[in-house]
Ligand binder design. Sequence first.
Ligand SMILES: NC(=O)c1ccc[n+]([C@@H]2O[C@H](COP(=O)([O-])OP(=O)(O)OC[C@H]3O[C@@H](n4cnc5c(N)ncnc54)[C@H](OP(=O)(O)O)[C@@H]3O)[C@@H](O)[C@H]2O)c1
Length: 257
Amino acid sequence: MRFNETIAVVTGAGSGIGEATAKQLAKEGARVILVGRTKSKLERVAQEINDTLKIPSAEVFAADVTDEEDVRDLANYVKDTYGDLHVLVNNAGGSSHNKILKLSIEDWDAVQNVNLRSVFLVSKLLGEVMVKGSQSNGVQNRSVVNVASLSGHKAGAQIPHYSAAKAAVINFTRALANEFSHYGIRANSVSPGFVETPLTEQGLQNDKFVDAIKRSTALKRVGRPEEISSVICFAASKEASYMTGSDLLADGGWLIV
Ligand SMILES: NC(=O)c1ccc[n+]([C@@H]2O[C@H](COP(=O)([O-])OP(=O)(O)OC[C@H]3O[C@@H](n4cnc5c(N)ncnc54)[C@H](OP(=O)(O)O)[C@@H]3O)[C@@H](O)[C@H]2O)c1
């Protein structure tokens, strides 16, 4: 199994792409710490994971990844409990919708915080645990995967704040990959197109919106969370051992139509 003897943290693990990623990592042998703000959502996912295993491997840590103190507590917990971290998936994110001329500064800041500040904060504070692990336990597969978006490549309609933040996540990942390469830690981003999750649930109830997505997607359908988690897990695994600073676009062919 690709993630035996692997300690992994997945943010936003209580639903959607983060849930699918946590499940796949655990299925392939990882010990997974599920992070999000809503404990009950994380507990459901952890229960579903642990129900399928002989030895429970999922646990819950409730934290707001935009909050420095929460992220410090998470980093201290991982350090004190495991003394190392191998895989970090910065997946938590989300958006509101508005035009630039209507967008409030508060909404701008909130979207930057959850999509970009969080990636910086978690990469810095949990990255420290990964770096120390690498220095004291030697080079193993260690990898950060940041979930960006198709919108970071092509700005989406009425999501200017989100598009800007996700483009920044892609470039921040390159900076992180460069800096962490000194410690044998890789960093890549994954950019999903339209995927059926709670984030897109409302829009996907509108048939016209769904038809428009299908018309604009080469594969003529919306993606499933598992079709993104498989890419995230590839980037996290040693199968991608010579890949760092890359962005993996999984958009069903949106950009080629
Ligand atoms: N679905 C798509 O079409 C799509 C496309 C491109 C990119 N993405 C990206 O994929 C990632 C996952 O999104 P998803 O579609 O799976 O949506 P989702 O189901 O809404 O998942 C987002 C998760 O992030 C958690 N979260 C939000 N704010 C947080 C915070 N401040 N601290 C900790 N956790 C937080 C949420 O849980 P709590 O509210 O309980 O904290 C939620 O479980 C996001 O980065 C999103 O931007 C999604």
